[in-house]
Design a protein around this ligand. Structure first.
Ligand code: FAD
Length: 438
């Protein structure tokens, strides 16, 4: 039997799910991750604080379901909180107001999930698979996609650097061969960068003029909302036309809150910290000091990073039979549609649908009669060249199928920023929603 070696670059949610799919097909799987194991408390997570909360939707859930790992999806869903709609906060005649807008008349909902706990569940699943090996602290630094070989720098950990007696970095370079490389290494993907030298890839990136900063709203042990300060089953929004503040519930009964504000606004508040509280009191009624104290707001604003938002479109997502990029590496998007990770998880499902169709694992029949004729199927199982060609056809099909959907989701994400920060308050929007619900 021919065993395919799949190298996954990036152990974020998308890379981890892709590795699970590859391992379930019987591939020999190696995962290379720049940082340490996120389950290790000493690991620092670049760009994300440990607490970032995401909205998990059917796209992502279905992709985990299709991985067919007993108990995996249930254990992920156990750590989520349903959000049935948005709660829009405002003020009228000096009174704070809140208005619930349901996501779906049939009661379908999003789920709030902690990104690290989702990632941890996926890594735990991989840990239990005998054909999977992890390589943490490994940074992709080069790749030759014609000859299926890549180079990783094995980085010293902070602890190793602290005890090192030499002044050189002491990092080692490791050469790795593969049949298929899956690049799930995020928005600043090194796999994409190296793939561009081989594939005729169109590429576009855009930084929007908005930064984000995270805050925490502590639990309220004796509140009427089961220990949360505000009703937990909603995504709370304080719209502000050009900016907004949102809050997503966490299992520990806190809320993870995010301020989205144009870069000039952040610069203004950085230069004049005394304006932060009045800014919140004017634009986000009820937040300070009822939900977050003045001291906590000021401290978190100055301590937590103010991070940019990038939107990336590219095409194709693969080169020949040897490499494919998924998730943010292929289509980083602004977070306003809550679909970045969900779309990345869906990439995995669609990719493996294509591989199953054109290049099934050695012990499986092709899924459709049209995919491969009998002689080709025999070749695929016995002959490595035919197998490589079949994988190339699968990756071709994947890029063709995924590009229009991914580009559309990127566009919708940009459009939804206007809806969330502004349209949700307009009478026309409410009328449209009312008609839809009726
Ligand atoms: P990442 O999570 O970026 O993981 C990439 C991994 O690759 C990292 O572990 C990194 O260390 C590793 N890596 C990078 N370079 C290398 C290298 N050279 N060699 C080896 N490894 C490397 N999405 C949703 O679906 N719902 C939401 O509600 C939502 N909210 C969001 C809110 C905010 C404020 C932001 C910023 C994003 C939000 N997203 C949301 C988007 C979501 O976070 C991303 O789409 C998702 O994390 C992408 O996953 P990924 O695995 O593709 O990439």
């Amino acid at each position: 039997m021919v065993v395919q070696k799949t190298v996954v670059v990036g152990a974020g949610p998308v890379g981890a799910l892709a590795a699970i799919y590859a391992a379930r097909r019987g591939d020999e799987v190696e995962i290379y991750e720049l940082r340490g194991d996120l389950r290790d408390p000493d690991t620092t997570l670049l760009n994300f604080t440990r607490s970032i909360n995401l909205a998990l939707s059917e796209r992502g859930i279905n992709s985990m379901r299709k991985a067919e790992c007993p108990g995996l999806l249930e254990s992920v869903l156990d750590e989520t909180i349903p959000m049935y709609g948005r709660m829009i906060h405002g003020s009228q005649n000096g009174q704070n107001t809140q208005e619930a807008q349901l996501y779906d008349v049939r009661g379908r909902f999003l789920r709030a999930i902690d990104r690290s706990s989702l990632n941890t569940r996926l890594l735990d699943e991989l840990e239990s698979m005998p054909n999977v090996k992890f390589f943490f602290h490994h940074k992709l630094v080069g790749a030759d996609f014609k000859n299926n070989v890549a180079w990783f720098e094995h980085l010293k950990t902070a602890a190793q650097q602290a005890t090192s007696t030499t002044t050189s970095s002491g990092n080692r370079e490791v050469e790795v061969k593969f049949d298929l490389m899956i690049g799930a290494d995020g928005a600043h993907s090194a796999v994409r960068y190296h793939m561009m030298k081989y594939a005729r890839m169109d590429y576009m990136q855009e930084y929007i003029d908005t930064l984000w900063c995270e805050f925490r709203m502590d639990p309220a042990p004796h509140s009427e909302n089961d220990g949360f300060k505000i009703p937990p089953n909603y995504l709370h929004i304080w719209p502000g036309k050009e900016f907004m503040f949102i809050a997503i519930p966490s299992l520990d009964k806190s809320f993870t809150c995010t301020l989205f504000l144009p870069a000039d606004g952040f610069a203004e508040l950085d230069a004049n910290p005394d304006r932060l509280v009045p800014f919140f009191q004017k634009h986000f009624p009820g937040v300070v000091p009822d939900l977050i104290s003045e001291e906590a707001l000021q401290r978190q604003f100055s301590e937590n990073p103010h991070l940019p938002l990038i939107s990336i479109k590219c095409s194709p997502y693969h080169y020949g039979s040897s490499a494919v990029i998924l998730g943010d590496a292929a289509h980083a998007m602004v977070p306003f549609y809550g679909q970045g990770m969900n779309a990345g998880l869906e990439d995995v499902r669609v990719l493996y649908d294509c591989l199953d169709q054109f290049s099934p694992p050695a012990d499986k029949e092709p899924e459709t009669a049209t995919a491969l004729d009998a002689s080709n199927y025999a070749l695929v199982n016995g002959d490595p060249v035919a197998r490589t060609n079949a994988r190339a056809r699968a990756l071709d099909a994947y890029s063709a199928l995924r590009r229009p959907d991914a580009h559309t989701i990127n566009d919708l994400a940009l459009r939804n920023y206007v809806e969330m920060r502004s349209d949700v308050t307009s009478p026309l929007y409410r009328l449209r929603k009312a008609v839809e619900e009726w």
